[in-house]
Design a protein around this ligand. Structure first.
Ligand code: GTP
Ligand code: MG
Length: 594
């Protein structure tokens, strides 16, 4: 492909600012779908978990044609836990679309991704998205973005960034707010004009670095990256330079280029093309495919270190093996190793004591997505409470801190501020506008574990909280994340409505009637701060049989529904979450009855 017509662009933004929706519209309007073809909403969010949660979890490649240009688009995840991927896929890009919500303005992850894009020296086009929102305040947002560039010491030539206004949802973009709303063309025009074509040398020895991975049921693992120099051809002897510095012979058996959201086979790829290649089963992120005679590895991709860890241990609950296919420690090990090949931000080590693995990642969501994937594949396992990863420097203990931004209705601000104080948060800024408060905190990562669901309850779901890793700082002292004790079952039994009815005054129940539980399983939260052993199967005395209120018309408060993330965030150090394809249970580590 002629290098001069290629434009490689990554779309970066804070979570939910509309990246994947924008890609849909660029694809739609490029005319690559038939007019009556049904195209899924958020096409690039192709994983089941992405569809269910409405978030992007892995970065993806696609492309479309605009006039004579071939535009390669890389959609990236906006959630902070997946920030490591953004860093890596930026290696494929020569420019970026930085999306910013027209109402919210720059958010913590905007700062993070912009910092990475500037560090990579990429041209940046600012897209103010969601201008259809009634509360949009475009001029203010553009000012804020400019301030962010200044704060990040952007070089002068990047400070003068082009701005385009868009509503991805209503599929238009415009150079000026006063222009008519027609189509997305202004964005493609800016890409063609401002993003430079890839700069490599076709005559130089081959260099292609793998920036991300994919999997094909037929071909196995695929490495995805940009041909930086030279030409990549199938079945031609080349070399692979690995992360450990070794160089060995290799052969590529298939090359795919991305056309819309599909992969299309090709025999060779030239400078600047983004391709997926098959042929090397143990391919990992960071390896360089290079010339066999004159191997020239590209510099390794740095990876931010993990901030939290959890133990993944084989299921040893009384219900172990009843619901899953893969239960043993060997299964766990093999699966976790496989994941580390695909996800370089993840670390797996054997536990020092006991059987199991310490799995470290970039946040609660990062690890809980892995657990969710594993349970869908048929695994059973138990996990411990997440721990933040501390550091020792000159014999001083340091812990990770996050920058937390909260937007909350004035009436709830007091309660939030009080709680964040208890969690060792330090307020940095507070602004008020239109009945809303924006609070900015520096807070130990430890304090935030599990705070999200508490925050949602405290603000009746109307607050917004976002955080990004800020730095390691001094250990902040003890933090009590959960003050309540739990209700545990005194025996293995099936829960009975009548018993639950009598227990619901004690606290909040996590399950309803007719459910099998085991001794030591957690069935609810005690209103008090100590644990209590209870009997969830205690039936009515027979003498009461004729009294009014038989079991059928006992009225139960609906149990508290907890997602996997809620459960992980909830447990204390002496508790575990048991995960199987069908159930998520909370339990005491030591299963004792009465
Ligand atoms: N009002 C309005 N809503 C939009 C617009 N663009 C996207 N949205 C909505 O914003 C939400 C998030 O959109 P996505 O495209 O998934 O956002 P994203 O940036 O890809 O999110 P992540 O990949 O999870 O970071 C969806 O509910 C969209 O319908 C827009 O222009 N206007
Ligand atoms: Mg997305």
């Amino acid at each position: 492909m002629d290098q001069s017509i290629i434009r490689n662009v990554a779309i970066i933004a804070h979570v939910d600012h509309g990246k994947t929706t924008l890609v849909d519209q660029l694809f739609q309007q490029s005319g690559m779908f038939r007019e009556n073809q049904e195209v899924a909403e958020r096409l690039m969010d192709s994983m089941d978990l992405e569809k269910e949660r409405g978030i992007t979890i892995t970065a993806k490649n696609g492309s479309y044609c605009f006039k004579d240009y071939w535009i390669n688009i890389i959609d990236t995840p906006g959630h902070a836990d997946f920030g490591g991927q953004v860093e890596r896929v930026l290696r494929m890009a020569d420019g970026c679309l930085l999306l910013v919500d027209a109402q919210e303005g720059p958010m913590p992850q905007t700062y993070f991704v912009l910092k990475k894009a500037l560090a990579a020296g990429l041209r940046i086009i600012v897209v103010i998205n969601k201008i259809d929102k009634p509360a949009a305040r475009c001029a203010w947002v553009v000012d804020q973005v400019f301030d962010l560039f200044v704060k990040l010491d952007a070089p002068d030539h990047l400070l003068d960034f082009p701005v385009v206004y868009a509503s991805a949802k209503q599929s238009y973009a415009k150079h000026h707010l006063t222009d008519e709303s027609t189509d997305m063309q202004p964005i493609s025009e800016l890409i063609a004009a401002h993003v430079p074509p890839p700069s490599g040398d076709p005559a130089a020895p081959l260099q292609m670095q793998v920036s991300s991975l994919d999997h094909s049921p037929y071909l196995g693992r695929l490495g995805i990256g940009k041909v930086v120099n030279g030409t990549l051809s199938i079945n031609k002897p080349i070399a692979v330079a690995r992360r450990d510095g070794s160089i060995s012979p290799a052969r590529i058996t298939k090359i795919f280029r991305f056309e819309s959201d599909k992969k299309v086979a090709t025999d060779s790829a030239g400078v600047g093309e983004l391709v997926a290649v098959a042929g090397m089963d143990d391919v990992t992120v960071g390896v360089t495919f290079t010339d066999a005679e004159n191997p020239m590895p590209l510099p390794l991709i740095d990876i931010d270190p993990p901030t939290i860890s959890m133990n993944f241990i084989p299921n040893d609950s009384p219900f172990a093996g009843l619901e899953g296919k893969f239960v043993t420690s060997r299964h766990l090990e093999e699966r976790l190793r496989r994941e580390t090949l695909a996800d370089v931000a993840l670390k797996v080590e054997p536990m020092l004591e006991g059987v199991g693995y310490v799995v470290s990642g970039r946040g609660e969501l990062h690890l809980s997505i892995l657990i969710e994937k594993m349970r869908r594949e048929g695994f059973e396992l138990q996990v411990t409470r997440p721990q933040v990863i501390m550091k020792q420097e000159n014999s001083v203990t340091l812990e990770p801190y996050e920058e937390l931004t909260i937007d909350v209705d004035e009436q709830y601000a007091g309660a939030v501020i009080e709680r964040l104080g208890m969690l060792r948060g330090q307020m940095q800024e507070m602004h008020q506008a239109n009945g809303m408060n924006r609070l900015v905190y520096k807070i130990p990562t430890r304090g935030l574990l599990g705070y999200r669901s508490e925050f949602m309850t405290a603000t009746k779901g109307l607050g917004m909280m976002n955080y990004v890793f800020a730095e390691y700082g001094p250990f902040a002292g003890d933090i009590v994340n959960r003050v309540n004790g739990v209700l545990t079952s005194m025996e293995s039994c099936t829960t009975v409505a009548y018993a639950l009815f009598n227990l619901q005054d004690r606290g909040r129940l996590f399950l309803g009637p007719g459910i099998k539980v085991y001794t030591g399983q957690i069935i609810g939260e005690n209103a008090r701060n100590q644990d209590m052993v209870v009997n969830p199967a205690k039936g009515k005395k027979l003498t009461n049989m004729r009294a009014s209120g038989s079991d059928e018309n006992v009225v139960l408060t609906p149990p508290v529904q907890m997602s996997l993330e809620d459960c992980i965030a909830y447990i204390n150090d002496d508790e575990l979450v048991e995960v199987t394809p069908q159930s998520i249970r909370l339990r005491k580590r030591k299963l004792t009855g009465k």
